[in-house]
Design a binder for this molecule. Structure first.
Ligand SMILES: Nc1ncnc2c1ncn2[C@@H]1O[C@H](COP(=O)(O)OP(=O)(O)OP(=O)(O)O)[C@@H](O)[C@H]1O
Ligand SMILES: [Mg+2]
Length: 328
């Protein structure tokens, strides 16, 4: 169990641009996609921190920059008090064990030719967990995720999506990581099994003090599991705060639009909202001004098109980047 309260992850002004016209020559007119643009937030130990936004808003890129699957262009990432954003591959090795990932598609995340047991034992070997200890941990984890040891002899294709995602979470837990990045962990699953996985995440936090970065495009899911939430739009955080506070006092028109766009009565009865008409615009060579302005019902000439709004505090731990917020 980790001590709650202190920060495990500190992200300071990180930036990640992808160059679109590939080539070695640096040209003045090169086109860059601003996937992550000056993003800052902290994740406390024992907390589930959510990132929410539409497809292409930069959620996965933020996650990958934190666990150093991607190198950032500028900014800093601290993990458990140590700056890891400028560590080389050899120094990073020491941190790999502590930063595990759970992916969207559990089937694709397992080696199809290996049984679950073989996969687990190979990981235990890589991380040099003594055999007796790893066998004990595997058995306890299988029990913890409500399965039985016979799954260890099965191939991934012989298991259901829900079972496999529970096994993917157990695989992450096998090395007792300090941090889990769960990138859309329920999006590929049947609605009927999504709750099992979400409840497992909540149990991990409550019972093991597990720190989790939970990426999702589904507000209902985020509301259910996350202590805090950052709403991202085209690579920037537009609103951030304790989940309950953000829901109670919605400040950014984009957050409001996401809430209103959710189907209300039945998942099949999709109700699009007027505010969220139109595609998410492009993050290529972004200029000054609010990135949400073309879709925003509160757009006003002047400030919105001329100045990029910065995150400002509007309540207890609650921040919004909007010139004309709904509150505050
Ligand atoms: N390796 C890459 N090279 C070029 N562009 C990339 C690369 N990876 C991501 N992008 C672009 O960066 C932007 C952010 O992508 P990202 O995958 O982080 O979005 P996301 O919010 O996770 O979307 P989704 O909900 O679809 O998973 C997108 O426009 C994407 O096309
Ligand atoms: Mg993604």
């Amino acid at each position: 169990m980790q001590a709650a309260g202190e920060n495990l992850v500190v992200v300071k002004n990180i930036k990640k641009y992808f160059r679109l016209d590939k080539g070695r020559i640096i040209r003045a007119n090169a086109r860059y996609l601003h996937a992550v643009d000056f993003v800052s937030f902290n994740i406390r130990k024992g907390e589930i921190f959510g990132i929410i936004g539409e497809s292409g808003s930069g959620k996965s890129t933020i996650g990958r920059c934190i666990i150093r699957l991607l190198d950032i262009d500028s900014g800093e990432v601290y993990f458990d008090g140590k700056k890891i954003s400028d560590l080389g591959p050899r120094e990073l090795k020491a941190y790999r064990k502590d930063m595990q990932m759970v992916f969207q598609n559990p089937l694709a995340s397992f080696n199809p030719k290996m049984t679950i047991g073989q996969t687990y034992r190979e990981i235990a070997k890589v991380y040099k967990i003594p055999k007796q200890e790893s066998e004990k941990r595997i058995h306890e984890l299988i029990e913890y995720i409500n399965l039985t040891d016979d799954v260890l002899t099965r191939l991934p294709k012989e298991l259901s999506g829900g079972q496999l995602q529970r096994l993917a979470i157990a695989r992450a837990l096998l090395v007792e990581p300090k941090f889990i990045l769960a990138d859309e962990p329920v999006s590929a699953l049947d609605v009927s099994v999504q709750a099992q996985i979400l409840n497992l995440m909540i149990d991990l936090k409550k019972e093991k003090g597990q720190t989790i970065l939970f990426i999702s495009h589904d507000l209902t899911v985020v509301r259910h599991v996350c202590d805090k939430v950052a709403v991202v739009y085209l690579g920037t955080i537009v609103e951030m705060g304790p989940t309950a506070e953000v829901y109670k006092n919605v400040a950014h028109p984009y957050t409001q639009a996401l809430i209103d766009a959710k189907p209300k009565e039945h998942p099949l009865e999709y109700k699009a909202h007027k505010l969220l008409e139109g595609e998410i615009s492009s993050a290529v060579n972004v200029k000054e001004g609010c990135r949400f302005r073309e879709r925003c019902s509160r757009f006003k000439e002047g400030l919105c098109s001329e100045r990029t709004p910065k995150l400002k505090k509007i309540g207890p731990d609650h921040y919004v980047a909007c010139h004309y917020p709904l509150i505050g």
